[in-house]
Design a binder for this molecule. Structure first.
Ligand code: ADP
Ligand code: MG
Length: 337
């Protein structure tokens, strides 16, 4: 029974990742005539981060709570790997799934360390193992693993720190699945960006299958490998990678949800380093930008300087010129542009 001794990172992570499949999953709450979630069918592949977006009341929280059986399906099925959730016991589900919610849900009368240890205790880990894991997690989410930190109560932490502890707690037993319901919703924009970046770095390192609920389309574009848009009534409006939704929204509802600037948001998904550019002699006198700059930021710079393009200066390869026309079509293959 020592599957849980697997390390957080390492080659075994792909084996441990597992898919989640919604198969015409439907929820009608008692006393309600219309579904909150209506025959949702989609698969989150192993290791993938799916952002579930939509207006308030669109059924996002319902979809998450169905996965870990906080509520029961009215009809249809949800499978984890090949197994229906109805065939998995509650303890087993809790061991498999880390769950983080907007109001962090930290227990106020428990210290940081005690909060993080909740699931490992249920699983019967030794005190030494729990301590080691707690320190590892505090470091992972950008908090200092000192005795002083471990002994603090949630009320002694800032909102952003509480959210980090909430994420650490969700990750504690190294679950192959993460469910996150507007986990960064309560944060100010600067903290939010920092926590988003940290979570993405953790996700890239650990590769857990994640369903991430947000009503913020920009957060979904930033975080999601794929985005599922739900419309009121819990119907799936569109599913696909962010670049596909931005390039070709399925209908007016999705287009309006993506916002008037969806063309520019799409340019934000491409980086100068991915564009070959032109090695001209001499190089034009255009703004010089690092390879990590997005096409959107580069376009903004070129516009501000009234230049017809930008120069990619990444210190390694020869400097290259990228004309504005190329920035506007970053997905077109080189040579065709
Ligand atoms: N416990 C409940 N009983 C009855 N209706 C509910 C319950 N929870 C949510 N609903 C309804 O289901 C719909 C979807 O809610 P929810 O999943 O919370 O949406 P979201 O998270 O996208 O805002 C809403 O119309 C909401 O009022
Ligand atoms: Mg909700």
């Amino acid at each position: 029974m020592n599957e849980s001794q697997h390390r957080t990172t390492g080659p075994e992570r792909t084996e441990r990742s597992v898919s989640i499949t919604f198969d015409r999953a439907t929820k009608i709450y008692p006393g309600s005539e219309t579904p909150a979630l209506d025959a949702l069918s989609l698969t989150v592949e192993a290791g993938e981060l799916l952002c579930l977006v939509g207006p308030s009341g669109g059924g996002k929280t319902t979809a998450l709570m169905l996965i870990n059986r906080l509520i029961d399906l009215t009809s249809g099925d949800i499978r984890i790997g090949e197994t229906s959730i109805t065939d998995i016991g509650a303890i087993e589900l809790r061991r498999k799934i880390g769950y983080a919610i907007q109001q962090t849900g930290l227990f106020p009368h428990m210290t940081v360390a005690q909060n993080i240890a909740v699931v490992p205790r249920i699983l019967g880990w030794s005190a030494a193992r729990i301590d080691a894991r707690t320190d590892e997690l505090l470091e992972l989410v950008g908090l200092t693993p000192t005795a002083q930190w471990r002994a603090r109560y949630p009320g002694q932490l800032s909102g952003g720190q509480q959210q980090r502890v909430g994420i650490a707690r969700a990750l504690a037993a190294d679950p192959p699945l993460m469910l996150m319901d507007e986990p960064f919703g309560a944060l100010d924009p600067i903290t939010r960006t920092a926590v988003q970046d940290e979570f993405l770095a953790i996700h890239r390192a650990v590769g857990k299958t994640t369903v991430f609920v947000t009503h913020d389309i920009d957060e979904a574009i930033k975080m999601g490998d794929k985005i599922a848009v739900l419309r009121p009534g819990g119907l799936l409006a569109q599913l696909g990678p962010p670049e596909d939704l931005l390039a070709e929204p399925a209908d007016d509802f999705v287009a309006s949800f993506l916002g008037a600037e969806r063309g520019l948001k799409r340019l934000g998904l491409y980086r100068l380093g991915d564009l070959a550019g032109e090695q001209r002699e001499p190089l034009p006198d255009w703004p010089r930008l690092p390879a990590g700059t997005t096409a959107r930021e580069a376009l903004s710079c070129a516009t501000a300087e009234r230049a017809d393009g930008v120069i990619v200066a990444d210190g390694e390869t020869p400097e290259r010129a990228v004309p504005v026309a190329r920035l506007l079509q970053p997905d077109v293959s080189e040579g065709a542009a």
